[in-house]
Design a protein around this ligand. Sequence first.
Ligand SMILES: [Zn+2]
Length: 426
Amino acid sequence: MPDAVAPNLVAAVDAARHWRDMMAMAEIGGFIDEAGHPGVNRPCLSPLDRQARRLLISWAEKAGLGVSVDRLGNLFLRHEGSAPGLAPVLTGSHMDSQPNGGRFDGIWGVIAGLEAVRALREAGVATKRPIEVVAWTNEEGGRYAPGCMGSMAYAGFAPPDTWDDVTDRDGIRWADALAEQLALEADIARRPLGVVEGQAPFAYVEAHIEQGPLLEAKEMDIGVVTGIQGSRWFVVELKGKSDHAGTTPLAMRKDAVQDMLRAINALNALMHDPKDVLRFTVASIEVQPNTSNSVAGLVRFTIDFRHPDNAVLQARGNAIEGVIQAAVRDCAVKVTERFHAVPVTFQPEVPDAVEAAARAQGLRHMRLPSGAFHDSQFMVPLCPTGMIFVPCRAGVSHHPSEYATPEALAAGARVLAQVLADLANR
Ligand SMILES: [Zn+2]
């Protein structure tokens, strides 16, 4: 099977239906930005998220799939295999978006999974193993940090109650938002939470837009993803003293903004990388009281630090707190790590299956690592894991101008269909 095209299966992927589904989903939380780009703002565990899930469920039920949800809100659509007791092949991604997000990040992997399973059923391609399409809860971390809570809890990386007291900008606790959603979805069958309470999947395949410029630049149809670089997120709090900007001499201040500048300059030196492989970003800054004539008494800023080499990720990440302590002059420093995902290399099974399907379908393909993190990062210890990337315009993502063509998405869904058929018959 891997090296042969399954013509009826490939033909059963309905490109027009697939695009229609994508555009229908993009309307839920959809908005037009000042430049006229159609964006999506669909926070996890929000009414919009639930509306999107209900739409997905209606499509799944129409296709004859079984629907269930676990206690983290991860949603599963099941295509039964001829041997239902065997571990399922899992595919999917996430349905939440960044606050100023696009129409393709995450949601495409879920809809591609649904389309691939529909194609299998319509083409009458039997599979031995069940196939489950999953929509993971809170991948983006936009409303509740960190991201990937659903997949982390599923895979046993963290106990399911780890994030109960995390709050969103309105002070709503994660545990309360999750309980509300589970209550509103009480009509959906409940299932055990992943490997914590149930069975490990046989394999996991995630389809996603590349979110980088390589595939488009090299005129490729399919990215065969080889692994994901590591990520660490920190929140730094600098506590000084708020004073009158007109009366307090500079020497008597504890100015949190000035110390933030010292800290960021020192971090830039720590994170300097002549090869430009390392990714270091400070992009969210909160200043209190945030008025022009008061000395800043408190600053909170985030650090997003990524590297493909775990030795570098550990050494420099662990040095962050000491470097800030040494750099600041007047403020008390508190550094909290909020997310830590080590770099992963995918086992060969899934990348090889993706490559074989792309080759069999005559698609241009290349191997590449992922710079963005994904739920698949947490599946690696559980089962053979891999990803299918398709090109997106200029590599733009997390922005309303994010775009992938209907043809690119259909090609990805066809490869996914063949990969699922292949893996589910092993
Ligand atoms: Zn994503």
